[in-house]
Design a protein around this ligand. Structure first.
Ligand code: SF4
Length: 313
């Protein structure tokens, strides 16, 4: 059974216990990999999965996605500071330097703010700082020492499938209890996206359980815009069922790929889909199916940020 609590703030501000992740030697039987984002794409809409993972159609990032990337970068860097210096002022001071770094690494991001464009960069940076205020409303980083930040975790399930994704943060209590923390930078409404966020968290819980033998005690979503915390408590029974779901999803992806049959599944999420022009549900035509299906790209798959809350890692 999976318990769910929202909003709540159970104290788990543990003293630091750092655990490392052992390097994994992949069994020779592994022949595919899956990230929570791509699995959730297929679950949401098989055609969306095809557009993103097989056709690899370009998607121009939205302002919300870029703001999310910036806020995640600031929160990651914040924990580089000594605990006493992890204040709202310090976080605010990190916004501009982290933005400069992101634009240097991904110059295309600057295109969102070109002269005459819809977004003013100063206003954008202020809105990122405002989201960080939401973070400080729900957590005190001076009392936390994360074990891991932005770390890639992976596990092999069913002997053949590598599942992996990037955790925003992992906290480890002195008794070894794990808390997975995921920052969400979007705002309400989020009912339509809650199941996708939960799917992603269970994915991480499964990986941690399979690699470390510990079921995470808490899976936590921090909604920064609403200054709200949602906690989930998984158990082993739930994760066994979830593992079967992931493997079944992967088999369905394989069958769809072999048959070149990815059908659209319209839903409220279509409002945030970049590919309506290619979607038959919107009068579009998909591009010809590629002769060569590209191999998964973990960094591409796992680093994308959501356009709306709970839609990605
Ligand atoms: S517009 Fe909707 S139905 Fe079409 S590909 Fe996108 S998510 Fe799927």
């Amino acid at each position: 059974m999976l318990s769910y609590r929202c909003p709540s703030l159970p104290g788990m501000t543990a003293d630091p216990v750092i655990i490392g992740q052992a390097p994994t030697q992949l069994p020779a039987t592994v022949r595919a990999s899956l990230s929570p984002s791509r699995a959730a794409d297929f679950k949401t809409c098989p055609l969306l999965y095809r557009f993103r993972s097989i056709d690899r159609l370009p998607e121009r990032p939205t302002v919300e996605q870029v703001r999310g990337t910036l806020v995640h970068a600031v929160l990651e860097r914040l924990f580089d500071l000594p605990p006493a210096e992890r204040t709202p002022t310090s976080a605010g001071d990190l916004v501009a330097p982290q933005w400069d770094r992101l634009v240097t690494e991904q110059p295309e991001l600057a295109g969102l703010f070109e002269a005459g464009g819809p977004v003013d960069v100063a206003e954008f940076l202020r809105s990122a700082a405002a989201l960080l205020e939401g973070y400080f409303a729900v957590e005190d980083p001076r009392r936390l020492e994360p074990a891991e930040r932005e770390s890639l975790i992976s596990a092999v399930v069913d002997d053949e499938l590598l599942i992996r994704g990037y955790l925003d943060r992992l906290d480890v209590a002195p008794d070894g209890a794990l808390r997975v923390v995921d920052y969400k930078t979007g705002g309400a409404p989020r009912e339509a996206f809650e199941s996708r966020a939960l799917f992603q968290l269970k994915f991480y819980a499964l990986v941690l359980w399979r690699t470390r033998g510990v079921v995470p005690r808490v899976l936590r979503l921090l909604y920064l815009r609403d200054a709200e915390v949602c906690d989930y408590t998984p158990d082993a029974e739930e994760l066994v069922r979830f593992e079967r779901t992931v493997v079944a999803l992967w088999r369905a992806i394989e069958q769809a790929t072999a048959a070149r049959d990815f059908r659209p599944r319209p839903s409220r999420l279509c409002d945030w889909c970049s590919h309506q022009a290619h979607c038959p549900s919107y009068g579009g035509t998909p591009p010809p199916f590629p002769e060569q299906v590209p191999a998964p790209d973990p960094s591409r798959d796992a680093r994308s940020r959501p356009a709306r809350p709970g839609t990605d890692e």
